[in-house]
Design a protein around this ligand. Structure first.
Ligand code: C2G
Length: 137
């Protein structure tokens, strides 16, 4: 069985994430996602709209995802790859080269990122919404 692993925040899941997950799963038989916890998001300076519990529930409902593990820090990937016997590590190519240190442990694949959609844009759009004043509807 070929195991693929990837990592991310996956906030407000959108088609860009889904395309990444579907292409990653297509490279093997099992896809594991290291989901950034809320503390690690703070470290990444990412302010996710949804907390870890919600983002995990959404990812676990995705047909391409077989297992969600917690991403707590930058240092855990080698241990994870070994612990889960991952054959392939996948990330979008906005990370190209950043995880080549994993090459001695598994195949490293950077996939083209989906242009035109990002959680950041969705978050900004949502946050830009006027607050629903009482009696508005
Ligand atoms: N992605 C994509 N296309 C988009 C948006 C995201 O292909 N339009 C990919 C990213 O390249 C990444 C994955 O979807 O591979 C998850 O993206 P994020 O949730 O933004 O993850 P990120 O903050 O990049 O965290 O240790 C690695 C980090 O946790 C990665």
């Amino acid at each position: 069985m070929k195991t693929v692993i990837t990592y991310g925040t996956f906030d407000v899941l959108h088609a860009g994430h889904i395309r990444l997950l579907s292409r990653a799963k297509a490279l093997g038989d099992r896809l594991i996602v290291g989901l950034s916890n809320d503390d690690f998001n703070a470290l990444k300076k990412k302010s996710a709209l949804l907390d870890f519990r919600n983002r995990k529930a959404v990812l676990e409902a995705c047909r391409y995802v077989d297992l969600v593990i917690e991403e707590k820090n930058w240092e855990q990937k080698v241990d994870d790859v070994q612990a889960y016997a991952a054959d392939i590590f996948v990330m979008g190519d906005d990370w190209k080269g950043k995880f080549d240190f994993l090459k001695p442990y598994c195949e490293v694949v950077y996939l083209p990122r989906t242009e035109g959609i990002s959680s950041t844009e969705i978050r900004d759009e949502l946050r830009g919404e006027p607050v629903l004043e009482a009696g508005r509807y």
